[in-house]
Design a protein. Structure first.
Ligand code: ADP
Ligand code: G6P
Length: 471
């Protein structure tokens, strides 16, 4: 058994399920902000990633990927249904995203949540060397820090939440709110995307557990747990270099040609998720087409919406509604060879995504609620010539950083339409000024800066930070 001084624990392993004949395995960069964020950090770092390899049944033995050891945790069909699709994605996910869909509560989901958290904790405890840093990720694993601390008090435990942490009045709905908070408090450092989230957490801990809590420190069981905001980011330089590659620039030109050389290309790239505001965006676009403010001949919308969590009812309903609406809009406003919306549900490789970002004059990122939204950051990083307008929801974590974007409230249909028109018709000088400022921000606040600030807070004395964030 391999032991590591750094163990990352996340529900998902960052790998493809296809293994080449020579046994090699590739990083999976398909949809999902968590893997996108951690991938550039951990590559070539001696670490172990504990997670689920997808599917049910016994855990596969996986080869290392770029020097990172993969430790698969098995999920049964019941675990998948009750933990992943149930408690994680039908209770916590909707509740944490402003309850834009109704969260469901079932007692058997809670049992599965506990069981799966325990299994992940046991796997992490097995692979962590004495005194190791264990970095737990996201809402699937709230109980893990507490369970792990009980098993291995020698470890330094971090927890980072990639999604929003809701206001107390929403969190209070959870039947197991006290256990969830206690579980997280097993960590030494709890990181959130936004300052408001840390504040919500502190308020809840004081209210539900009657513990002394400020927005920075919480006292529990004679320990101090630190909390704070650490907005996650991307490998800005890598995306910029990719977008600047001649083959990517050529591909972008080709895409524009294939789209019929429109004056304006609008792009959206989302996981097919009800938090992303896809339906609201389509409605706004359709109304602009109907009123003649946007014409299919001059402007096209490319909507990439890769299916996600496909067995969960709310996701199935969303996909049906989106596809019906895209069909309706194309039927009503498209012309032969000129659809109003180019709708794509495939996962793309990074170069193709970079080419799409390069071809987009306007990038529409309008989630109803989003912890961060890395797509918005990737778009900015890819605009190496300082062109391109970012239309961004005020309800994405990204908006707190990229205030030069064209900000909109996606719940306000008229505001959304106005924002889209403003981005489409903005003066080039204004667009460049904004883009330049956003690119400068992201070059400074990239994924390494994120890891440096989080890990130096977690592991103040250790060598880990130097090793992870060098280069
Ligand atoms: P979330 O974490 O909710 O999925 P983010 O915007 O933070 O949202 O992260 C999504 C990540 O998935 C980004 O890195 C983006 O590039 C990637 N992604 C989204 N759609 C696709 C797609 N069709 N093919 C490949 N990667 C995608
Ligand atoms: C978001 C979550 C991640 C999750 C990803 C993809 O980024 O914060 O934890 O991995 O979505 O979702 P999935 O359910 O496919 O893992």
């Amino acid at each position: 058994m391999r032991h590591s001084s750094l163990v990352v624990v996340a529900n998902r392993l960052p790998i493809d399920d296809s293994i080449a004949p020579d046994g090699a395995c590739e990083w999976r960069r398909t949809p999902g902000g968590l893997v996108s964020a951690l991938h550039p950090l951990l590559r070539h770092t001696p670490a172990t990633w504990v997670g689920w390899a997808g599917g049910t049944g016994p855990a596969p033995t996986l080869p290392d990927v770029d020097g990172v050891h993969m430790r698969a945790v098995p999920l049964t069909a019941e675990d998948l249904r009750d933990h992943y699709e149930g408690f994680a994605n039908s209770t916590l996910w909707p509740l944490y995203h402003d309850a834009v869909e109704q969260p469901e509560h079932h007692r058997r989901w809670w049992e599965a949540y506990q069981r799966v958290n325990r299994r992940f904790a046991e796997a992490a405890a097995e692979v962590a060397e004495p005194g190791a840093v264990v970095w737990v990720q996201d809402y699937h694993l709230h109980l893990l820090p507490g369970l792990l601390r009980a098993m291995r008090p020698d470890l330094r435990i971090g927890f980072f939440l990639h999604v929003p942490f809701p206001p107390p009045e929403l969190f209070m709905q959870l039947p197991r709110r006290a256990e969830l908070l206690r579980g997280m408090l097993g960590a030494d450092l709890i990181g959130f995307q936004r300052v408001q989230a840390a504040h919500n957490f502190a308020q809840l801990v004081a209210k539900v557990l009657s513990l002394p809590a400020t927005d920075r420190r919480i006292g529990v069981d004679g320990r101090v747990v630190r909390i704070g905001a650490f907005p996650v980011s991307i490998d800005t330089a890598e995306m910029a270099a990719l977008a600047a590659r001649p083959d990517v620039a050529a591909r972008a030109q080709r895409l524009r040609q294939d789209l019929g050389r429109p004056e304006r290309v609008i792009l959206s790239v989302d996981r097919m998720d009800y938090t992303k505001g896809i339906e609201q965006r389509l409605k706004a676009y359709s109304e602009l087409l109907a009123s003649g403010h946007v014409k299919v001949r001059d402007t096209v919308l490319v909507q990439v919406a890769v299916p996600s969590r496909e067995r969960v009812g709310q996701y199935q309903i969303l996909r049906e509604r989106v596809e019906r609406e895209v069909g309706r809009i194309n039927g009503e406003f498209g012309r032969v060879g000129e659809p109003a919306i180019h709708y794509l549900t495939q996962p793309f490789d990074r170069a193709e995504l970079a080419a799409l970002y390069r071809v987009a004059d306007v990038m529409a990122v309008t989630p109803l609620r989003d912890g961060m939204n890395l797509v918005a950051k990737e778009y900015v990083a890819a605009r190496v010539d300082d062109t391109g307008a970012l239309l961004l929801s005020e309800f994405a974590g990204t908006a707190a950083e990229l205030s030069q974007a064209y900000l909109v409230n996606p719940h306000d249909l008229e505001g959304l339409k106005e924002g889209l028109l403003a981005a489409l018709h903005a003066a080039p000088a204004d667009v460049s000024r904004r883009m330049r400022a956003m690119r400068a921000h992201l070059h400074e606040h990239d994924i390494r800066a994120w890891a440096r600030s989080y890990l130096s807070a977690l592991d103040e004395t250790g060598p880990l930070v130097r090793r992870l964030v060098s280069g």
